[in-house]
Design a protein around this ligand. Structure first.
Ligand code: FES
Length: 100
């Protein structure tokens, strides 16, 4: 199996029951998944996107994490995704949305 250069995790607020009920889902993180997938294709990035359960930073949601860099981002919108992926292509974190 070829491993991607980047693995992007987007909180979709899944709970143990499997139901998405948290802040990130209420703030359209499911829509962000689709948007990120499209951006990855448009940019030709070798990246994979996965939806996750609660990442425990709900007050900063929608939240996403980029590995292997271990960049944690909060208050993610489609505009933020553009900035975050621009920064990733430049080999740096997008400071504006980093959770520190
Ligand atoms: S619901 Fe997304 S971080 Fe908790």
């Amino acid at each position: 199996m070829d491993k991607p250069d980047y693995h992007i995790f987007v909180c979709n607020s899944f709970r143990m029951s499997g139901e998405p009920q948290g802040i990130c889902n209420k703030k359209n993180s499911a829509g962000l998944l689709q948007y990120i997938e499209e951006e990855i294709l448009d940019r030709g990035l070798d990246a994979m996107v996965s939806a996750t359960g609660c990442l425990k930073v709900c007050d900063r949601g929608p939240a996403m994490v980029v590995y292997p860099q271990n960049y944690w981002y909060g208050n993610v919108t489609e505009a933020a995704v553009d900035d975050i992926l621009d920064a990733l292509e430049n080999g740096e974190p997008c400071e504006e949305y980093l959770i520190t």
